[in-house]
Design a protein. Structure first.
Length: 139
């Protein structure tokens, strides 16, 4: 009596069926996952802007004003010349770029408050929708 387990193998048809099923699953799941990546980048940029806002408020409490546009966010890490009562650094690490490898934009005084802090999103241009939308401090 022959051992039937040794003669058992995968036919080409079975292999093709498995590959087709995997391809269909990838086609259905991948677009949903890539949509979540864009959404998570926007949420991360918003969280970083909120962290900057806390550091800017602490700077203001110590110095008596927000940094000027020309001073930028760098004053949260390095003491500028002629600024009294600076008790920083106000951020534990270097100023990061946004999730799309572009610098954050800081304007003070801002059009929407004491300062405007924002990222232009994935397209690095004003406006846009979804992942291309601007991430701003005033909303």
């Amino acid at each position: 009596m022959k051992n039937t387990l040794n003669n058992r193998g995968i036919t080409l048809i079975e292999l093709m069926v498995v590959i087709i099923i995997l391809g269909l699953l990838a086609g259905l799941v991948a677009p949903k996952m890539f949509g979540k990546i864009g959404e998570s980048k926007t949420k991360t940029a918003k969280a970083q802007i909120e962290l900057f806002a806390t550091a800017l408020d602490t700077f203001r409490l110590d110095v008596g004003r927000y940094p000027t546009t020309s001073e930028g966010l760098q004053v949260l890490r390095e003491k500028p010349a002629g600024v009294e009562n600076w008790k920083g650094p106000y951020l534990p690490k270097e100023i990061p770029v946004d999730q799309w490898n572009n610098p954050y934009h800081y304007i003070s005084p801002g059009a929407h408050g004491d300062y405007d802090l924002f990222s232009y999103g994935a397209d690095n241009a004003e406006g846009g929708e979804d992942e291309k939308q601007d991430v701003v401090s005033w909303k």
